[in-house]
Design a protein around this ligand. Structure first.
Ligand code: HEM
Length: 443
């Protein structure tokens, strides 16, 4: 309540609407909600309160806050999803568990996402990247849309061996888009609303998964994918209680959906921003790899795992674009940050944009400069993939997809931007508003 927050600097704005209009108008500016945050940081300091979109929140920044919020003792904070997101993802999603239960679930879910676990998807991703880029040759394309199609095909194939084209792929895509847009919608579950359509699409997605799971269990179909590895490991009756090392079918489905939702827009945005940034900074490393390849024309697994410069380009892209501009948590108990008392139940948000643009750590922060990552960066200063127990479990997959795609793009094509526009879409994941249109020519 406003009374409880009296000790925190800041303004709660007008009655009922609070500061929602200022927040929403900042959302679509080139710097995103950062302009809203920066203005208040200058007025109130590193920690301030606000009331936006029906939520009382505390927004904070800096390494100390990030250390406490991201690695705080088990159970001190939980993830703070919108109500609609909670309903769509289901109660056993990784995003809705905390402490020991979260740790256990992560261990079971994230194993197939290790570098070794991903090797078997390399050829599929490689071929898909080449085929996608073949379609770009001599054309004008919207990079964001292309990246979205590419990353969804990759994850659909990886998780359940979905073919990249055809009716099943179309259904999967249509359902996924509805689920995705229901995430931050109004919590009205009546026919016609985004939330209602999202819940229905989620049910259809689960029915699709149920049918695949039962075909796999009956031996009618066998594949070497993520779902198969989870089914083999967690083969138990659907109504059986989960034990320490097994997942129920419900947990399995909730978490497959969680990986799809958490991994799709983020990887799409990262690939798009990276192509935008390297237009001005071509990645020479790839031409060297190509030149050193004795006659062979195909990218190899060992080459893709040895791209140190591109790894720095990815980090610098995530710093500069800050795809997830703030991390949202809920206080699960009372604690103190930067001298301020935080009360159980409060929504606390870490402003990552200012951390990534701190001139004390990143000199000339607006400049795109991958060499910043030549030496290790101070802990809690770079949060492109987060940090601590909730650090992104999809990091290896995201890097693999990006390295493969960029390799073929840089080695075979040249491109130029068709518009000069730096504004961002008003969505939770920051993406270029104009979808980054480019004209592509073969080299
Ligand atoms: C370049 C692409 C990606 C970026 C920039 C990214 C970024 C992040 C960040 C910053 C977090 C931590 C958020 C927080 O602490 O509140 C996170 C968590 C997460 N990411 Fe990613 N991610 C990417 C790709 C992926 C992929 C491909 C997957 C799935 C295959 C994935 C699945 C997840 C999940 C499930 C979580 C929540 C982990 C937990 O709560 O324990 N991400 N990601």
């Amino acid at each position: 309540s406003p009374k409880e927050m009296e000790g925190i600097p800041g303004s709660l704005g007008l009655p009922i609407v609070g500061e929602s209009f200022a927040f929403l108008s900042a959302f679509s500016k080139p710097s995103g909600i950062y302009s809203f945050v920066k203005e208040r940081q200058q007025r109130y300091g590193k920690v301030f309160k606000t009331y936006t979109l029906g939520r009382f929140s505390v927004i904070m920044t800096g390494r100390e806050a990030s250390k406490i919020l991201l690695t705080g003792k088990d159970g001190m904070v939980s993830l703070n999803l919108f109500y609609t997101g909670q309903q769509v993802l289901g109660p056993t999603s990784l995003l809705q568990t905390n402490g020991e239960a979260h740790k256990r679930l992560r261990r079971l879910i994230a194993e197939p996402l290790s570098v070794d676990g991903l090797k078997k998807y390399f050829q599929f991703i490689n071929t898909l990247a080449i085929e996608t880029l073949d379609q770009w040759s001599g054309k004008k394309v919207l990079v964001l849309e292309e990246a979205s199609t590419f990353t969804l095909k990759v994850i659909g194939n990886m998780i359940m061996s979905l073919e990249p084209t055809g009716e099943e792929q179309e259904k999967f895509r249509a359902n996924f888009k509805l689920i995705s847009s229901s995430f931050a919608s109004l919590p009205l579950k009546i026919p016609g609303t985004a939330f209602y359509r999202g819940i229905k699409a989620r049910d259809r997605m689960y029915a699709m998964l149920d049918s695949i799971i039962s075909k796999r269990r009956s031996g009618e179909s066998i594949q070497q994918d993520f779902l198969e590895s989870l089914i083999i490991k967690h083969s138990q009756a659907a109504d059986e209680e989960a034990n320490e090392d097994k997942l129920t079918d419900k947990q399995l489905k909730d978490n497959i959906l969680t990986l799809l939702v958490a991994g799709h827009d983020t990887t799409t945005a990262a690939l798009t921003w990276l192509i935008k940034f390297i237009e001005e900074n071509p990645a020479e490393e790839h031409r060297e790899i190509q030149a050193n390849r004795n006659g062979g024309s195909n990218l190899t697994w060992s080459e893709v795992n040895n791209m140190p410069y591109t790894t720095k380009v990815i980090s610098e892209t995530l710093r500069r674009a800050t795809i997830l501009p703030w991390f949202s948590r809920k206080a699960a108990q009372d604690f103190e940050i930067e001298g301020y008392k935080i009360v159980k139940g409060w929504s606390i948000n870490l402003d990552v944009v200012s951390i990534h643009h701190d001139p004390g750590i990143f000199a000339n922060p607006e400049k795109f400069d991958p060499s910043r990552f030549d030496a290790p960066i101070k802990t809690f200063s770079f949060l492109g993939f987060g940090s601590g127990p909730r650090m992104c479990p999809g990091i290896n997959l995201a890097k693999l997809e990006i390295c493969i795609f960029i390799h073929h793009l840089v080695c075979r094509y040249k491109w130029r931007a068709l518009e000069k526009d730096d504004s961002v879409q008003p969505t939770l994941v920051r993406m270029p508003r104009n979808k980054y249109p480019i004209a592509v020519e073969p080299l």
